[in-house]
Write a protein of this length. Structure first.
Length: 167
């Protein structure tokens, strides 16, 4: 197994899982997926399934990337299977519960999406206004489903979702 050929899984293991305490993977996966896009979730599921099913499996590479150490291939595959189960179960529970953030047209917004303004918006304390049709990339979801955070021209803004549509 060469994790370089599975970039999303490699990134997930080397950043998110690497710093987590062994045994706390379920909570870490759930926290990670709370703000992950649907596309990233699907890629992660596919790459975990691909890694588990590979005939050539490098326990050393997996251990180095994830900061976990395994005695044999079966133990490493079992651990990755548990991660896969956490990813799949977190997706199912999130879909049934939790608040959804919707734009002005009812489309669901996710972390990192791009949006357009649907009308001119005055920026309080700012020198310029946001014109209708302004593209805003990489939005950040907050606890309130009525607003999002974003960066525009180097400033962090909080915008109401009723003035935005998904791009």
């Amino acid at each position: 197994m060469n994790l370089k050929h599975l970039p999303d899984l490699n990134q997930f293991l080397s950043t998110t899982i690497f710093d987590a305490d062994p045994g706390s993977e379920k909570a870490v996966v759930e926290s990670f997926l709370k703000n992950a896009s649907e596309g990233l979730r699907l890629k992660l599921v596919a790459q975990l399934q691909d890694a588990i099913s590979q005939t050539e499996f490098s326990v050393e590479e997996l251990g180095t990337v994830s900061n976990r150490w395994f005695g044999e291939e079966d133990e490493a595959r079992q651990w990755m299977g548990e991660l896969l189960g956490y990813v799949e179960s977190a997706e199912q529970t999130e879909g049934s519960a939790g608040t959804r953030v919707l734009d002005s047209h009812g489309a669901e917004l996710r972390e990192g999406d791009s949006v357009l303004t649907i009308k001119d918006l005055k920026v309080k304390g700012g020198s310029s206004d946001l014109k209708r049709g302004t593209l805003i990339r990489k939005i950040h979801l907050v606890d309130d489903p009525e607003v999002i955070e974003c960066r525009v021209d180097g400033s962090t803004l909080v915008l109401k979702t009723c003035f935005l549509k998904k791009a």
